[in-house]
Design a protein around this ligand. Structure first.
Ligand SMILES: NC(=O)c1ccc[n+]([C@@H]2O[C@H](COP(=O)([O-])OP(=O)(O)OC[C@H]3O[C@@H](n4cnc5c(N)ncnc54)[C@H](O)[C@@H]3O)[C@@H](O)[C@H]2O)c1
Length: 399
């Protein structure tokens, strides 16, 4: 700690690590970046150049963790590395902000939870809980307006699927397992949080119906159909929905090639411990980019609409009443990425560190949302329902 600010380090210097873990954390004014780490030296050099200040670079996580004024770590590496790195960070008693998904297996999620010593702040990057829409939904549900949630549906309309996922390594199951784990964990976490329960059984069906195919694995720049392809990509800089600029032009592999095997549409049915049930649909070829939520409780129904333009809308219709009531949660200006969620979660993480009280926040939800996605992947592969193992750590504890 220096002048009331904590020393922050970032592991994984891709778009999310540098833009969110670096620039957005710095803008919050609660920390200074003291060190960064990536396996590629050029990413280390470029991040130091971009973030400025007195920053030490590392290419090895163990050396990075010995850095003298390191208090908190953002881990924004590729999903398959999350577990091993998170366990090391927690074992060193550093505060940890681990990007979602928590891990790629349920055993790895539980291994990370077991590694928490109780002496640091630990959160997973499920920032949408902190957007104004979801804060309002949580308030409505906790107030009892719709009663105990019994059944619900969540839809992820991902018009950007072709551009975000099918040009690069994320088009392979081997790399990300599934787009439900990569993308859906956000919406699934929100559903778990509102239902206030843990999933126990999952059945899923999915396919690859628009992307993939028999095509050869060529790059967009070499393709003779570029003028007619909606997914043709030659951008020098590609802007993600949270504002990050992705500068790699190497991510222009053909979205219609036979190399793609990640499913582009899925349906999941989830049973919860206390009896609630949820359906989740994820589709990567919708015209629009939004999230839709619908929950019916024993006292009424709530629907909620989310998009990145923050045209938020909630409807609450109490049973036996004549008309619904509508709510329009406010837009967040400035640091408004992910509906104000990015700003909100940085504030929460920083506040917890500065208060000096170690805690795990939202970890049960992070484990449960990853568990649904992992079980859904297994169910899509086998055609059978999958049971989620219970995590004893959370019996009677925080959500
Ligand atoms: N919460 C959100 O809304 C959100 C948004 C985007 C990405 N993410 C998550 O952030 C993470 C990073 O995403 P990205 O798009 O920046 O990925 P990326 O592939 O562009 O960057 C990952 C970086 O991690 C580095 N890395 C991998 N293994 C490492 C290791 N062992 N030690 C040090 N560095 C290592 C890679 O070299 C790469 O530079 C992913 O887990 C992704 O799911 C979350």
């Amino acid at each position: 700690m220096k002048d009331g600010k904590f020393g922050l380090g970032i592991i994984g210097l891709g778009a999310r690590g540098v833009h969110f873990g670096g620039r957005d954390f710095l803008k919050s004014g609660n920390c200074y970046v003291t060190c960064v780490c990536d396996v590629f030296q050029e990413r280390v050099d470029s991040a130091i150049n971009e973030l400025g200040g007195n920053i030490t670079g590392y290419t090895n996580v163990d050396d990075f963790l010995e850095h003298p004024d390191l208090d908190a770590v953002v881990v924004a590496t590729n999903d398959m590395t999350h577990a091993d790195i998170a366990v090391k960070v927690l074992a060193k008693k550093k505060h940890l902000y681990l990007e979602k998904p928590m891990a790629q297996t349920i055993e790895d999620c539980d291994r990370i939870i077991d590694a928490w010593t109780g002496e640091s702040v630990f959160m997973v990057g499920l920032e949408l809980r902190y957007c104004t829409l979801m804060q309002e939904c949580k308030k409505i549900v906790e107030r009892g307006d719709i009663g105990r949630i019994i059944i619900g549906t969540v839809v992820d309309n991902v018009s950007v699927g072709g551009n975000y996922y099918f040009h690069g390594p994320r088009r392979k199951k081997q790399y990300i397992k599934s787009l439900i784990l990569e993308k859906g964990t956000h919406s699934l976490d929100l559903a778990n949080w509102l239902i206030d329960d843990s999933p126990v059984k999952v059945y899923a069906s999915g396919g690859l119906d628009v992307f993939g195919g028999d095509g050869e694995d060529i790059n967009c720049v070499d393709c003779d159909k570029k003028s007619e392809c909606h997914y043709y990509r030659n951008d020098k800089v590609f802007i993600m929905d949270y504002g990050a600029e992705v500068k790699e032009t190497t991510l222009d592999k053909c979205v219609y090639s036979k190399e793609c095997d990640t499913h582009d549409n899925s349906l999941v049915i989830i049973d919860y411990e206390k009896g609630a049930r949820l359906s989740y649909m994820e589709c990567h070829f919708t015209p629009e980019y939004s999230r839709e939520f619908m929950f019916v409780g024993d006292k009424g129904k709530m629907t909620a609409f989310y998009n990145n333009e923050q045209e938020f809308k909630i409807m609450v219709w109490k049973r036996h009443e004549e008309k619904p009531v509508y709510y329009y949660p406010p837009k967040v200006e400035g640091l408004g990425a992910h509906g104000g969620g990015d700003d909100g979660i940085i504030r929460e993480f920083s506040k917890r560190i500065l208060s000096g009280k170690p805690c795990m926040i939202g970890i049960k939800g992070a484990r449960d949302s990853a568990a649904i996605a992992i079980a859904a992947y297994q169910s899509e592969e086998s055609g059978l329902p999958v049971t989620i193992p219970h995590n004893r750590i959370f019996d009677g504890e925080q959500k």
